[in-house]
Ligand binder design. Structure first.
Ligand SMILES: O=C(O)CCC(=O)C(=O)O
Length: 265
């Protein structure tokens, strides 16, 4: 297995941007998708969102978002996006190691003031995997996502301070690390076709959608190609019926459901 080399990715992302990702834990890469790709993906995403049963992320103030789980397993068009050569090349460059796709989720933040903010969190507790901590998400904007439509904000550098917790019980990051309430955030508005990448430990949140357009995005989560399965409380709570295809603790997470990011095989 080879990591995407500079030759392939220089035109997509500069060394400075890779450094910025590593120091902050996130980076937006503008215009990775063409307008034609965005149009095709958005049409398919809308079809999936109207057809599939979605999972709900509910907060006291309302619905933060709902999503189609494992969207790439349900649609060939979405599957192509999860293995998009530009996205996976940038993901491997940022991670500095070969990656596999762990899962993909098609997100919808409802329009017309019907949504709530997505609360501050990091993603690692919901990944039942261990390995070097290089797991990251590629979040593809399929519509423009200005601040008013609920774009994401990050606490730069928090991925270096957030440490994994044995037997994570789903405690919120602000309960565990109250000082983060007072840290500056960086807010990242995105155009349709932009892709931001965020580290599984970086703290992030998103605003409510106060516009008349639904916020639609695809999040693909890539993990170390050598990651192994480690069940955890949060994943089992969220997805009680998913044993990830019969994996046993300590098994390598690989096979048909978890293809290599660069080849899709
Ligand atoms: O889209 C959002 O509002 C939150 C998404 C998120 O937390 C993630 O992709 O890790």
């Amino acid at each position: 297995m080879t990591v995407a080399d500079d030759q392939n990715t220089d035109a997509l992302i500069s060394d400075d941007a890779v450094e910025l990702y590593r120091s902050r834990g996130f980076i937006n890469v503008p215009g990775l998708l063409t307008p034609e790709e965005v149009a095709e993906q958005l049409e398919d995403a809308k079809r999936q969102l109207s057809r599939e049963k979605t999972e709900l992320w509910e907060e006291d103030e309302g619905l933060a978002m709902d999503w189609v789980p494992d969207a790439g397993l349900r649609s060939e068009v979405t599957r192509r996006l999860t293995f998009h050569p530009k996205i996976t090349a940038v993901a491997e460059r940022l991670a500095g190691a070969p990656l596999r796709l762990f899962k993909s989720e098609l997100f919808r933040k409802p329009a017309g003031g019907a949504s709530a903010p997505t609360p501050l969190h990091h993603d690692e507790p919901s990944h039942p995997i261990e390995g070097r901590p290089i797991t990251l998400t590629a979040w593809v904007a399929l519509v423009d996502v200005p601040v008013e439509r609920g774009c994401m904000s990050f606490i730069p550098g928090s991925h270096k301070l957030v440490t994994p917790k044995e037997d994570d019980d789903g405690m919120s990051p602000l309960e565990r690390w109250p000082h983060f309430a007072w840290e500056e955030r960086t807010t990242v508005p995105m155009r349709a076709g932009d892709v931001h990448f965020h580290h599984a430990r970086v703290l992030h949140e998103a605003g409510a959608n106060d516009t008349d357009t639904t916020r639609v995005s695809l999040a693909s989560i890539y993990m170390d190609a050598e990651a192994v399965y480690r069940p955890n409380f949060v994943y089992t709570y969220l997805f009680p019926d998913d044993d990830l295809g019969g994996l046993k603790p300590g098994d390598p997470v690989r096979g048909e459901r978890f293809p290599l990011a660069r080849s899709g095989a």
